[in-house]
Ligand binder design. Structure first.
Ligand SMILES: *Cc1c(COP(=O)(O)O)cnc(C)c1O
Length: 400
């Protein structure tokens, strides 16, 4: 008989395997609010270059005030899913405001973007239909597609010829409805999907287009609406999923925006919406304030853009190998996994917190440091961070 004890020893040996492969993830303990500088175990005032706090709203005084106002006006929690007794006026207002901000007809809130993606495909598509997915799409999209019975096609990352080939394959397989789905921005490289081209190809094939805007909503495009605005196809996307947990305040919560009837069907059938708790009032109140801030002027996204340019140029001047792009994700290519780890460790010694990525998160031989800029960074923060990169880069002979 296989014993329960052997289950636990299998778990322990799996953990060992993860450690041996150098893939073990540990949590860094932070003792301050999120910000441009944080205190972390043993080190104070570290410059943080690895948060998704793109607009610096995670600890913005107006956002904190709105959250505490909502906390006192509407309570801590609702102890209910949306359709029983978990919908306040503010939830409806946030759905309305997000729809306007994103240029969509209607919006449904979820506990997270992971849930938004998890509850999307199964609800809308059946076995006769097809999802055509970029191969590097986020895990939550992959899982969401897996939950559906739709036929699955994957196109090579950002490859328009292959997208076309996969749409042809979907036609050949007799697919009824075709949904092309892509991250608006891919978080390892900051690559922005070519939504103008993808929209054109979708139209040729009569396909729907859906995008996940987690790394775009709030700051990409002239008024920060996202990658559809950046690519000139605002108002031309069928489905947008996104998060409140990154640029738009950074707490938690997600959403799906689409045509009215699509959102209506999601409210009837989407399982993470039906069977998981409503978004907390403080988050809803804070998110409304976030939209007020972003709609009143573009100063935060402008600052973020300027910071990203400044830092990118600074690294290039130091002759670091930086992947080209327009996104505040700035990948510093090191190629060698060990070197990438040494660089991030040395940078932390020097007071700069960044994360190294290596196989299997990125392809073998493509190890890198991912820098993420924020509107919260001051020029002082960024200049200091650049000197730390210079010092560490020279010591490790990554630059001359
Ligand atoms: C972060 C992220 C998610 C998950 O968002 P949560 O709201 O934290 O669940 C989904 N998709 C993409 C592309 C992301 O980057």
């Amino acid at each position: 008989m296989v014993t329960a004890e052997s289950f636990y020893s299998k778990v322990r040996s799996e953990l060992e395997g993860i450690r041996d492969a150098g893939l073990y993830k540990s949590e860094r303990i932070i003792t301050t609010p999120q910000g441009s500088r944080i205190n972390t175990s043993g080190r104070d005032g570290v410059i943080n270059l690895c948060a998704n706090n793109y607009l610096g709203l995670s600890s913005h005084p107006k956002v904190l005030l709105a959250a505490s106002q909502a906390l006192s006006d509407r309570g801590f929690g609702l102890s209910s899913v949306r359709f029983i007794c978990g919908t306040q006026d503010a939830h409806k207002e946030l759905e309305r405001r997000l729809s306007i901000f994103l240029g969509m007809e209607d919006t449904i809130l979820y506990g997270s973007a992971f849930d938004a993606n998890g509850g999307l495909f199964e609800t809308l598509l059946g076995a006769e239909d097809a999802v055509i997915s970029d191969e590097l799409n986020h895990a939550s999209i992959i899982d969401g597609v897996r939950l559906s019975k739709a036929k699955r096609f994957r196109y090579r990352h950002n490859d328009m010829a292959d997208l076309r080939a996969q749409l042809e394959a979907a036609n050949a397989a007799g697919a009824r409805f075709k949904l092309v789905f892509t991250d608006g921005v891919f978080s390892m490289d900051g690559t922005i999907a070519q939504l103008d081209k993808i929209r054109g190809i979708c139209d040729e094939f009569g396909a729907l287009l859906g995008i996940d805007e987690c790394h775009a909503s709030g700051f990409l495009g002239k008024t920060g609406r996202g990658s559809h605005e950046f690519r000139g196809v605002f108002g031309q996307i069928d489905i947008i999923t996104g998060t409140l947990g990154k640029a738009l305040g950074g707490a938690s919560g997600g959403f799906t925006s689409a045509k009215k009837e699509v959102v209506e069907l999601l409210r009837q059938r989407s399982r993470p919406y039906l069977f998981s708790n409503t978004v907390a009032p403080s988050i809803v109140g804070a998110s409304l304030e976030v939209l007020d801030i972003l709609e009143s002027d573009t100063s935060l996204r402008d600052k973020l853009e300027a910071n990203a340019k400044f830092f990118r140029r600074g690294l290039e001047k130091l002759s670091f190998d930086v992947k080209p792009g327009d996104h505040p994700i700035v990948p510093v290519m090191v190629y060698d996994a060990r070197k990438a780890q040494e660089l991030s460790a040395r940078l932390l010694d020097l007071g700069v917190y960044v994360i190294g990525f290596f196989y299997p998160v990125v392809p073998k031989g493509q190890a890198r440091i991912r820098v993420q800029l924020s509107a919260a960074h001051s020029e002082q923060d960024l200049s200091e961070a650049l000197s730390a990169f210079e010092t560490a880069g020279k010591e490790l002979e990554i630059i001359q």
